[in-house]
Structures are given as C-alpha cells and as structure tokens.
Design a protein around this ligand. Sequence first.
Ligand code: NAP
Length: 232
Amino acid sequence: MAPLRVLVTGGSRGIGRAIALRFAREGALVSVAARSSDALDAIVKEIEAAGGKGNASQTNVRDHGSVEAAVWRTTQFTGGALDVLVNCAGAYELQSLGDTDQSLWDRMVGVNLSGPFYVTREAQEALEEGERPHVFNVAAAPALLRGPNSTAVSATKAGLRAFGDALRAEWRALGIRVSTVLSGPTRTGLAERIGADWPAMNEPEDVAAVVWDAYHAADDADVADLEVPPPA
Ligand SMILES: NC(=O)c1ccc[n+]([C@@H]2O[C@H](COP(=O)([O-])OP(=O)(O)OC[C@H]3O[C@@H](n4cnc5c(N)ncnc54)[C@H](OP(=O)(O)O)[C@@H]3O)[C@@H](O)[C@H]2O)c1
C-alpha cells in the first residue's frame, strides 16, 4: 500500500505530535507545521525514527501567507496529494470576560478558527487528489466548554465544530470526510500551562488512536464527531 500523506498543524508537541507519530509508525509521509523551529526539528527526527518520512514547516496558522507557504511545501514533499489533514494547532486559554482583552480574543479566533479555515482552504486541491481524504479538526469535549472564564475558547471551539459540520455537508460530494475531534482533558503542555486540575486525563496517544481508527473506518457516518473514551 502507498504511504499515507499527512499534514498535522500543531504537530510538534502534545496531541498533534502523538498523531504525527501514530501515522509515522505506519510509514506515512508526515508534514508538521508549528511556530517553534527547535520543536519542529525534534519531531522530524522522531518521525523518521518511528519509520515515517518527516517534513517541517515553520508556520503561524494565524497568518494566511505563512499557511500558504506551509501547504505549498507540504505538497512539494508529498508529490501533490494529501490524504489526511489534521488541524490541531490551537489554544485553550481561560480568562473572565473582563480580562479577555483584544489581544487574547484575536489570538483565540486566529489560532482556533482562522487557522483551520486558512489551512483547509489551501489544502483543498491536494485533498481532492488524496486517497480516502479526511480532515480532522481538533476541538474540545463539551465538558471543557461553556463554563466560567471560557467565553473565547468556548466560542471558537464551538465555531470550529460548526465549521466542520458545514464543511462535511459541502465536501461529501467531493468524497472528503470531515471529523471534529472532541478532545477531553489530555496530558500535554497546554494542560500544564493552564494549571488544569482535571481529576482524570487522557494521554495524547489516546487521541491519536481515535484519529487513526476514524481514518480507517468503513462507515463514514460514524466519523462526524469523534469522542475520546475517558481513561479507565
Ligand atoms: N490538552 C487538552 O486537554 C486539550 C483539551 C481540549 C482540546 N485541546 C486542543 O487540542 C489541540 C492541541 O492541544 P495540546 O494540548 O496538544 O497543546 P500543546 O501541547 O500546547 O501543543 C500545541 C501545538 O500547537 C502549535 N501552535 C500553537 N499556536 C500555533 C500557531 N499560531 N501556529 C502554528 N502552530 C501553533 C504548538 O507549537 P508552537 O507553539 O511552536 O507554534 C504546538 O505544536 C488544541 O487545539 C487544543 O485546543 C486540548
């Protein structure tokens, strides 16, 4: 079987890194996009050590020109087509409405909503050339949204889910599947940064397994919203 061609934004750390390595273990061509070049260099080495082929694009998903360049570099690397796009770059910052200043709001809208919009739109042509093409948008489980201090994250992650629902309906005719990953509490740098005291956390690899299985699912109807089973 030909190796899968995969782009993971936010693929340098946390959940995105685990997804990149899950596909790399099966020999995929994995392109990762994030801002920090040190972390990108490290993940490319890990992808190659896991059995895949790695490519890194230093990218800020909030910037359309930066995304355009990253998708171009990715298609140069894959030979033009893309089977899997994972929009995982994202932010989850908690703040009261009063303390949600313009810069925090713009950051959340930029990384959680504009980023997936830019990346998915730029990747459309490559996805249309792909084998069973599938877009995964990493949002958040309902339990992590709509609580106090979460207006910006709730609005943008719910918006991302709605973006995916509408795109699924639109791209069905193109044969491109679209899933929303409803990640629950997961042990990553993000959880550490916000000082989360969640009683139970998934590992990033649990989310990666859900994505891997959904890509290979026979029944497309089952892959709209992907919940990650909580840890046993
Ligand atoms: N961890 C959780 O409990 C949890 C729960 C629900 C949803 N999620 C969602 O899961 C996704 C991954 O989260 P995580 O926990 O794995 O976070 P993480 O460990 O902080 O990793 C975030 C990744 O996104 C990249 N990134 C951030 N801003 C970016 C930007 N503007 N442009 C390009 N890349 C950017 C980061 O690299 P650079 O900083 O180098 O750019 C990094 O690779 C996010 O969408 C998050 O909202 C996580």
